[in-house]
Design a binder for this molecule. Structure first.
Ligand code: RIB
Length: 308
């Protein structure tokens, strides 16, 4: 039965600067655009999952400030249920995002603010939200101890676990056996396995490393090459699909994870759910911003139907 998606992660305000290139240290260059909007990997994934039709809960901390108000408005509009702690003495986080105005490629500095205080106790207090979901998702923008507790609670309750090891930070190897799906992008996967993913064969080798460390399956996003679903019984390259050219790749991975988790919670086979993830990301990169770029299920299904 589809009991929806619970996501532990952060919300931050994204401040996105469009420019022809990154300035060097000590240099000032003119930008070509600017926008402030909702971001943070966990929140972006929650918005993507909710817009894809899943009953979605976000577990996090925010500050009692303007960016915190933006978080609440974002979740309300998307239909995400907040299960949050508001802090008086810590700000909601923010991200600096450089977006190349020609290629749409990005570079990010994120400060998680209040979400840095997310604790094991917070996760314990919200365990009912995790136990009552079909799928639990977390990342590495909040403390790893909280991610671990969320994965443990989900595992013990038979809830499927998706771990997005982003940003690329080291984490204890004993997290792998708690993951039904480990879902890095190619850069994060390379950092974890110690070799570059230049070919699909490299991606499969990385998938084998993740399986040998105890993950149930690997789901590696490969940019314009699509995503590799790699499990003990099969390895499936799911092609990228998009309705038009990419103008902003920021949050593409979050779109993929949210679309995948929502489809998985509806009971789809993981490789089929990955097609939904690819289509969600393919649409998101044709729009500016992260959470505001997430498509709804109708748009995703129309794109997939047109590709058959
Ligand atoms: O994955 C994209 C997100 O990473 C951005 O929204 C930014 O806030 C950072 O957390």
């Amino acid at each position: 039965m589809d009991k929806g998606v619970a996501i532990l992660g952060i919300f931050v305000a994204d401040t996105a600067y469009l420019a022809p290139r990154m300035p060097a240290v000590g240099e000032t260059i003119a930008g070509s655009g600017f926008a402030v909007g909702p971001g943070g990997k966990g929140s972006n994934q929650a918005v993507a999952a909710a817009r894809a039709g899943a009953a979605t809960t976000i577990l996090t901390r925010i500050g009692r400030d303007t960016f915190g108000d933006l978080a609440r408005r974002t979740w309300q509009t998307a239909g995400v249920t907040p299960r949050i702690i508001e802090m008086e003495d810590q700000p909601t986080g923010a991200a600096f995002i450089y977006v190349n105005d020609k290629t749409g490629d990005n570079a990010i500095i994120v400060y998680a603010g209040a979400a840095l205080s997310i604790s094991v106790e917070d996760v314990e207090a919200a365990r009912d939200a995790i136990e009552n979901a079909s799928v639990f998702v977390t990342q590495l923008e909040q403390p790893v101890a909280a991610a671990r507790r969320g994965l443990e609670i989900a595992r013990a309750a038979g809830v499927r676990t998706v771990f997005n090891p982003a940003p690329a930070e080291p984490f204890p190897e004993d997290l792998y056996p708690l993951c039904d799906f480990i879902a890095p992008n190619e850069t994060e996967a390379a950092a974890l396995v110690g070799f570059a993913l230049e070919s699909i064969e490299d991606a499969k080798r990385a998938g084998d490393v993740f399986l040998s460390r105890g993950a149930g399956a690997a789901l590696i996003t490969l940019g314009s090459r699509g995503a590799l679903y790699h499990a003990a019984d099969r390895s499936v390259l799911v092609p990228a699909i998009a309705p038009g050219p990419a103008i902003d790749t920021t949050g593409a991975g979050d779109a993929f994870i949210g679309g995948f988790a929502a489809a998985l919670s509806r009971g789809l086979d993981p490789a089929e759910a990955a097609r939904y993830g690819c289509a969600t990301a393919g649409i998101a990169v044709t729009r500016r911003g992260t959470a505001p770029a997430m498509p709804d299920l109708g748009e995703v299904e129309a794109l997939l139907a047109g590709s058959q």
